[in-house]
Design a protein around this ligand. Structure first.
Ligand code: URA
Length: 458
């Protein structure tokens, strides 16, 4: 038997080195146990003699393994080695998505990415100390080992303020130059309104010594403006942080998701990221069930939506409601939003004529879609039309080529592409209209079916 001890829960390099040596020495997966050193890295005899020879695995496996290793499941190291072992005999193994090991790997990687996105969306900093000496601290309880993965995002977004994110696993700290990682702390130790801030100010000051692990220097491109930083600060430290499983905690989860979405809605109301706010009546943010399994994304609010401040309440919304009903989806159970949150139009007499948003406008607004996605965490995103697809996939994505089948997104969510209901309204030919409407309903039925199947599989 070979007993491998990794340095930490996130020790991918250690796993890779050990797995490579084991595979080259033909050690079967059933002959290996994996564990993580409890404190500091221990000195162990090498698991197997230094390997000779070489072999390759698909780059996709390495990418998935790097993500999946951050899952909290203690069996992940063994699963990854089993897959590595099997990939040597079957290079195309990852294409067999029904294989239980492959499916588990994909599910783990998805869960990790979702947790990372959730952390990006819900972490709220509290300011401790004053002015020159102020420091921003947040508490978060990740489901998986994602703190090191997620920290560079905060370093880029809050580049100008010193912050610490405290978690029970590890804590991440940013001093304006480097991210450093220190051991986790108990929730009872996190600063709350009632705790002495001075203690925490000293704690945070003591963290910054140059000997700590250097992780990343954030790129100076796309640094946030002070105004975009502010709304993230001063929220309740522990709100939205826990990560209970979705179903048994549904009412609690609904409240937590609601907190995040309401904060986003308030922030988005002042959005000036592109010029569209100048002529629109208001920001039309998404709405719907906050624990929705489906998120529907349209293009931008129309005339009626702009006045009402709600998405899909005009003619396109009525068509959408009818199609959803025929597909067996209750609109009250989904979350509906738009890629662009302000109405773009040109005035023509008394009418305001809809204008298609351009790429800079779609890009400027994408932050809201991303943050809605992270807060709602749907299982499936339905992109209706080309603008929605461009926002959902982050690039121009042709509808017909991608329509009607689930596509995995980088964050682990799945997406389905279909047409926009307004396209159906514009079709002049009645037969074409009826035919295309049927196809739209069928696409929504595919969405409903995917969720039914994933509910059964769970
Ligand atoms: N079209 C959209 O894309 N969104 C709306 O909210 C209304 C019409």
């Amino acid at each position: 038997m070979h007993h491998i001890t990794l340095d930490s829960e996130t020790d991918f390099d250690g796993w890779r080195k050990a797995a490579r040596a084991l595979a080259l020495n033909n050690v079967k997966p059933s002959d290996v146990t994996w564990r993580v050193a409890e404190d500091a890295p221990e000195l162990f005899a090498p698991a197997a003699p230094p390997p000779e020879g070489t072999f390759s695995v698909p780059a996709r496996f390495v990418e998935l393994a790097q993500t999946a290793i951050l899952h909290r499941n203690p069996e992940r190291f063994a699963l990854l080695y089993r897959l590595l072992w099997r990939l040597r005999g079957n290079h195309d193994l990852l294409d067999i998505t029904t294989d239980p090991d492959v499916a588990e790997l994909a599910a783990m990687a998805r869960a990790v990415r979702r947790d990372e996105h959730k952390m990006h969306a819900v972490v709220r900093f509290r300011e401790i100390g004053r002015e020159q000496k102020s420091h921003f601290v947040a508490w978060f309880e990740p489901e998986h080992h994602i703190v090191e993965l997620a920290a560079p995002f905060f370093a880029r977004r809050f580049a100008d303020m010193p912050w610490s994110i405290l978690t029970p696993d590890v804590c991440a700290h940013w001093d304006g130059h480097v991210v450093s990682i220190t051991p986790g702390v108990a929730k009872s130790e996190a600063p709350t309104a009632g705790r002495l801030e001075e203690t925490w100010r000293r704690y945070c000051a003591s963290i910054f010594n140059p000997a700590r692990l250097k992780m990343e220097m954030p790129s100076r491109r796309n640094l946030p403006q002070a105004s975009s930083v502010k709304p993230w600060i001063d929220g309740p430290m522990t709100a939205n942080a826990e990560t209970e499983p979705r179903t048994p905690q549904e009412p609690l989860m609904a409240r937590k998701h609601a907190d995040a979405i309401e904060t986003l809605r308030e922030e988005a109301a002042d959005c000036r990221a592109c010029p569209l706010y100048k002529n629109a009546t208001q920001t039309v943010f998404g709405e719907g069930r906050q624990t929705a399994r489906i998120m529907l994304v349209g293009e931008q609010p129309g005339d009626k939506e702009d006045l009402a401040g709600k998405p899909f309440v005009g003619p396109a919304g009525q068509m959408l409601d009818r199609a959803l009903e025929e597909a067996g989806i209750d609109r009250r159970t989904v979350y509906v939003t738009n890629a662009v949150k302000h109405f773009k139009f040109v005035p023509r007499g008394k009418i305001r004529l809809h204008q298609k948003p351009n790429t800079p406008e779609i890009k400027a607004c994408r932050q809201w879609y991303e943050r809605e996605l992270a807060a709602i965490q749907p299982e499936l995103v339905v992109a209706m039309g080309a603008t929605a697809a461009q926002s959902v996939f982050g690039k121009i994505t042709p509808i017909n080529k991608n329509r009607g089948h689930p596509i995995d997104l980088d964050d682990g969510t799945r997406a389905l592409v279909t047409v926009h209901p307004s396209y159906l309204l514009r079709l002049p030919d009645a037969d074409a209209k009826a035919r295309e409407y049927r196809r739209f309903v069928e696409d929504l039925m595919i969405a409903a079916d995917l969720l039914r199947r994933s509910a059964h599989a769970a």
